[in-house]
Design a protein around this ligand. Structure first.
Ligand code: SF4
Length: 242
C-alpha cells in the first residue's frame, strides 16, 4: 500500500474538530500557494517527518482517550487514495474523522463521504480575488463544487473565511456569506488574518511582506452591523479574532 506523507502532528486539541477531543495530522502537499499561508513548509509534497505506521500505532493507543482525528495540511486530499485509505483505517479504530480542506478536489471529496464525518472548508475570497489569494486558477469553481456536494450529503461542515484585508473587503465577506447561506451552509466562521512572515521568505511560498495594520485586520470584528447581518444568515457563526 502506498504510504502517506505526514508533515506534522498535534496530539490533542479541543478546537480543530467541533465538540470532539481530537488529534490533528498535517499531511504534506498543497495545490495552492496562498499569500498568507501559515504552513508553507507543508506546500511541497515532501516525504514528511512522521512514519505513518508509527503514527497509526500511536493512534491505536489513543482509542478511548480521543474521540476524533482531523486530517489537515497542506491539503490532505492531494495525496489521493493513500490518504483516503489511511482515513478509512483510522476510522475503523473507532475515531470520528474530520477534514480541513481547501476544496480543490471535489472528485476526491466525493470518495470520502462515508469516511469523513465533518469538514472545515476554506472559502478564501470572492471569485474575482480567488487567484490573487491562492496563486492558481480554477480554485474557486472547484471549491464551490466541493461546497455544494458536501451540503448535499447532509454531513456536518463549517465554512470559514480568513479576512485578509488585502483580498477580502466587508462587502466581499457579505457576498461570500450570501453564497454560503443560499447553498444551505448552516455553520460559518469568520477568521482574523494574522501575518505569517515579517520579512522576505525563501521557502517557495507566496507569503508577502505585509503592511496591513491591526485596525484593518480587525475591521470585520468591530462592525456590529456587519456582524448582525452575517449572524442572521446562519444557525451559528464563530468570530475568531485571536
Ligand atoms: S490552502 Fe493555502 S493556506 Fe492552506 S496549506 Fe495550502 S497554501 Fe497554505
Amino acid at each position: 500500500m502506498k504510504q502517506i506523507h505526514i508533515g506534522g502532528l498535534v496530539s490533542f486539541t479541543t478546537i480543530d474538530f467541533p465538540g470532539k477531543l481530537a488529534a490533528v495530522l498535517f499531511l504534506c502537499g498543497c495545490p495552492f500557494k496562498c499569500a498568507y499561508c501559515s504552513n508553507p513548509h507543508l506546500i511541497p509534497l515532501s516525504d514528511g517527518e512522521y512514519d505513518p505506521d508509527k503514527v497509526f500505532e500511536w493512534l491505536k493507543n489513543r482509542v478511548g482517550k480521543l474521540e476524533g482525528v482531523v486530517f489537515s495540511g497542506g491539503e490532505a486530499l492531494m495525496q489521493g487514495d493513500a490518504a483516503i485509505d489511511y482515513m478509512r483505517r483510522v476510522r475503523e479504530l473507532g475515531f470520528a474523522i474530520g477534514l480541513h480542506t481547501n476544496g480543490f478536489y471535489p472528485e476526491l471529496l466525493k470518495k470520502v463521504s462515508g469516511i469523513v464525518d465533518w469538514i472545515g472548508l476554506d472559502f478564501k475570497a470572492t471569485r474575482a480575488r480567488y487567484r490573487d489569494v491562492t496563486g492558481v486558477d480554477a480554485g474557486y469553481d472547484r471549491m464551490i463544487e466541493s461546497l455544494n456536494y458536501w451540503v448535499h450529503t447532509g454531513c456536518e461542515m463549517e465554512v470559514r473565511t480568513t479576512c485578509d484585508p488585502r483580498f477580502v473587503s466587508k462587502q466581499d465577506l457579505l457576498e461570500i456569506a450570501d453564497i454560503c447561506a443560499a447553498s444551505g451552509v448552516r455553520h460559518f466562521a469568520v477568521q482574523k488574518y494574522k501575518p505569517y512572515h515579517e520579512g522576505d521568505c525563501d521557502c517557495g511560498c507566496r507569503n508577502m511582506p505585509d503592511k496591513t495594520t491591526d485596525a484593518e485586520r480587525n475591521q470585520f470584528f468591530v462592525d456590529d452591523e456587519l456582524r448582525q447581518k452575517i449572524n442572521s444568515k446562519f444557525e451559528t457563526v464563530v468570530w475568531r479574532d485571536q
